[in-house]
Write a protein that binds this ligand. Structure first.
Ligand code: NCD
Length: 355
């Protein structure tokens, strides 16, 4: 299910309570099991889910690469999900194929959390980012936030911009080379429709003084088909301590990590560098999310919210070769484009249909 603004706030507020009163939660998931199904590399996300469940008194099972699971024998996401349902109370899935966690959720009796699907989305990183903004800046409204680096393949950017579109007067500044600009669907559907004003600029220096948050990202090497294309853009924007001279003292630098070279290590000591504090927020917010999802799962109508009401099975095929509907035998599902209802978009990955 997609969380409403109200549900997002509930998760963030619960995370804040967990931070203040950790002792109240040490038995909250006693006897429950989380399955972490990670078909792609991860350090922070998987280990923060694991430590979140452990701090709630629960247990964790799972695998950390596709090679270590039956997918290497050709098992579908749907079948793996049915199997894991026999063992676990809640699932966190990371998958290189876009829409795979949604397909899993459609076949699951227990909540499935998307822990990152291809270049599409990374909603629990967004919860982490929101909790960090709340703790570091104190508000979500009236924010100017610069996104820098790989805005095309960086799934954390897509999910965070969507979440910020629920708040008032958010100004987004996009700082990326031409090859790595924010996908059109994000600009048209999310920014234009929900009134997030955005500008695209060519350097971080020119906007540094106005930023409340600078969200740095890694160029997503693994999503490039061609190594030369990656080499051309890999060093495009590098934040070093000297570039912070004109930034507000209250500005905060976020990064979902891992960092490659886009933030030099001389920035780490600056109090505005919030990226390692951000990691710890990821654990607290995942604790809150696990608790809330286990609570919401008691109401079956929440499962009905997985597919939008106006979605249809129809003659279209998805144009995205990395979408689950082009990789496994699942129904193609399309919903109206929110900015232009005469067009449709894939429910799994949000791409347009094949022409
Ligand atoms: C991000 C991801 O996996 O998308 N990492 C994370 O989960 N914190 C960002 C990245 O890999 O660059």
């Amino acid at each position: 299910m997609d969380l409403s603004a109200e549900e997002l706030d509930q998760v963030i507020n619960l995370a804040l309570d967990i931070i203040d009163n950790p002792g109240n939660y040490t038995e909250a998931c006693r006897g429950k099991k989380l399955a972490t199904l990670f078909y792609e590399p991860s350090t922070r996300t998987r280990l923060s889910f694991t430590s979140a469940m452990m701090e709630l008194g629960g247990n964790v099972i799972g695998f950390d690469s596709a090679a270590n699971s039956s997918v290497s024998k050709g098992e579908t996401v749907a079948d793996t999900t049915r199997v894991i349902n026999c063992f676990a109370d809640i699932i966190a899935m990371r998958h290189p194929i876009e829409g795979a966690p949604l397909v899993s959720a459609l076949h699951s009796r227990v909540p499935v959390i998307n822990a990152g699907d291809g270049s599409h989305a990374h909603p629990t990183q967004t919860l982490t980012d929101l909790l960090t903004i709340r703790r570091e800046i104190g508000r979500f409204d009236n924010l100017t936030i610069g996104f820098c680096g790989d805005l095309r393949f960086g799934r954390t950017v897509h999910s965070l911009i969507k979440a910020l579109s629920r708040y008032k007067n958010v100004k987004v500044i996009l700082i990326a080379p031409d090859e790595l600009r924010l996908p059109a669907y994000m600009k048209e559907e999310v920014c234009d429709r929900y009134g997030v004003s955005y500008t695209e600029v060519a350097s971080m220096e020119e906007v540094m003084p106005e930023l409340d948050v600078l969200y740095m990202t890694r160029v997503q090497k693994e999503r490039f088909l061609d190594e030369e294309d990656y080499d051309r853009v890999k060093d495009c924007f590098i934040l070093s301590a000297d570039k912070l001279a004109t930034a507000k003292p209250t500005m905060r630098i976020l990064h979902p990590l891992p960092r490659v070279n886009e933030i030099t290590v001389d920035v780490d000591a600056d109090p505005r560098a919030a990226y390692f504090r951000q990691v710890e927020n990821g654990k607290f917010v995942r604790m809150a999310l696990i608790l809330k999802l286990l609570e919401w799962a008691k109401d079956p109508s929440n499962n009905a919210r997985l597919i939008p009401d106006d979605a249809t099975r129809n003659k279209h095929y998805c144009s995205n070769h990395k979408c689950i509907c082009n990789n496994e035998n699942v129904d193609t599902l399309f919903r109206p484009d929110r900015a232009n209802p005469s067009q449709v978009r894939c429910v799994y990955c949000e791409a347009k249909p094949k022409k």
